[in-house]
Design a protein around this ligand. Structure first.
Ligand code: NDP
Length: 290
C-alpha cells in the first residue's frame, strides 16, 4: 500500500535521515524553514519540496528540530490530518511528548517520540539508533519506515520514554568526554604522548565512544569539526537534570556535569561543536590536549 511520508527539518541530521526514505517506494515530501534547503534536497534525493500546509497532510510525518518548543509551535500552527502518525526525532522533553501525545490524540493523530543517536555520520549511513516512546500500535506501523535510516530501533516505553533515554545517553556522552579530557590532562602534565595513551585506553577498559572517535578526530588534531552543536548538548543535559529533579533523586556526578556545562555555556560560543567543551578545561589548567 502506498503512503505519503513527510520530513520536517533538514538540518545536520534531518538532511541525511530524509535522504533514505525514497528507497521505501512511497512519496516523500520535505519541508524546511529555509526553503532553499528543501529544494536542494529534492534535487539531490528524489524527494519533493512542499509547503508546510501540504507536509502536515502526509500519512507519516517526521520532525527533527532543535527543541520540543520548536515542534510544539509548528504543530500548533499547522495541525496534522486525522489518522496520521507524527514521529518526532527531535531530542526533546518527556513532558512535552506526553502533552503532544494527548493533544494530538484528540485530532485522531498518534504522536511518537523517536529521538536518534549516532551523529551525522550515522544519519548519512542510515545506521542510527532510534529510541521510541508512545503508542505500541503506532510504533509497529512506523517501524518499517524508521528502518530506512536506522541500525537499531528500540521501543522503550510510554510517551516521553524515548526522550528520557536520549537525554540520559547524551549526559553520559558529556560525562565521558569530560572525564577523558581530565584524564588526558593529567597524562599531558606528566609528559605522556597523548595519541599513544589514547591508543592504550581504546584497547583497555576505560574506552568510550568519546575516546574511540571524538578525542582523536576532533580534539587532539585541533579541528573541532562541527556536527553537533554545544548548545544542543547543553539542552539535553538540562532535560536530564529536570528529570532527576522531578524524581527527587540525588545523582551527584550528573549534577557536576550539569554545573560544568552551565559554566561552559557562559564562556563559549554555543554554535561550536560539542567537542570544544574541553577547551574550557584546557584554559583552566593551561594545558592543551594535542
Ligand atoms: P541543526 O541545527 O543542524 O538543524 C535544525 C533544523 O531545524 C534546521 O532544518 C532548521 O531550519 C530547523 N529549525 C530550527 N528552528 C526551527 C523552527 N523554530 N521552526 C522550524 N524549523 C526550525 O540541528 P541538528 O540536525 O543537529 O539537530 C536536530 C535535533 O537532533 C536536535 O534536537 C538535536 O539535539 C538532535 N540530534 C543531533 C545530532 C547531531 O549529531 N547533530 C545527533 C543526534 C540528535 P533552518 O535550515 O531554516 O535553520
Amino acid at each position: 500500500m502506498s503512503h505519503t511520508i513527510a520530513f520536517i527539518g533538514l538540518g545536520a541530521m534531518g538532511w541525511h535521515m530524509a535522504s533514505h526514505l525514497p528507497q521505501l517506494g512511497h512519496e516523500v515530501w520535505v519541508w524546511n524553514r529555509t526553503g532553499s534547503k528543501a529544494d536542494q534536497h529534492a534535487e539531490t534525493f528524489q524527494t519533493q519540496s512542499v509547503k508546510i500546509e501540504k507536509a502536515v497532510q502526509a500519512d507519516f510525518i517526521f520532525s527533527c528540530l532543535p527543541t520540543s518548543a520548536d515542534v510544539e509551535q509548528l504543530i500548533a500552527a499547522h495541525p496534522p490530518k486525522s489518522g496520521s502518525i507524527w514521529i518526532d526525532c527531535t531530542s526533546g522533553v518527556p513532558q512535552s511528548a506526553q502533552n503532544l501525545m494527548q493533544s494530538l490524540k484528540k485530532l485522531g493523530v498518534a504522536y511518537l517520540d523517536a529521538p536518534v543517536s549516532g551523529q551525522t555520520i550515522g544519519a548519512e549511513k542510515g545506521t542510527l539508533t532510534v529510541m521510541v516512546g508512545g503508542d505500541v500500535d503506532a510504533f509497529e506501523k512506523v517501524k518499517p519506515i524508521i528502518a530506512a535510516f536506522s541500525g537499531l530501533i528500540e521501543y522503550v516505553g510510554e510517551s516521553g520514554s524515548g526522550f528520557a533515554v536520549k537525554a540520559i545517553n547524551n549526559t553520559l556522552m558529556a560525562t565521558h568526554l569530560w572525564a577523558l579530557a581530565e584524564g588526558l590532562t593529567v597524562l599531558k602534565s606528566k609528559g605522556v604522548n597523548l595519541s599513544a595513551a589514547l591508543n592504550c585506553i581504546n584497547h583497555s577498559s576505560g574506552k568510550s565512544s568519546m575516546s574511540e572517535n571524538i578525542m582523536a578526530q576532533r580534539v587532539l588534531n585541533r579541528s573541532f569539526d562541527k556536527t553537533f552543536a554545544l548548545d544542543l548538548l547543553q539542552k539535553d543535559i538540562g532535560i536530564a537534570i529536570d528529570l532527576i529533579q522531578e524524581q527527587s533523586l540525588q545523582l551527584p556526578s550528573m549534577q557536576l556535569i550539569q554545573n560544568q556545562f552551565t559554566r561552559i555555556q557562559k564562556e563559549q560560543a554555543s554554535t561550536l561543536d560539542f567537542s570544544a567543551a574541553v577547551q574550557s578545561l584546557e584554559q583552566i589548567n593551561q594545558i592543551e590536549l594535542r
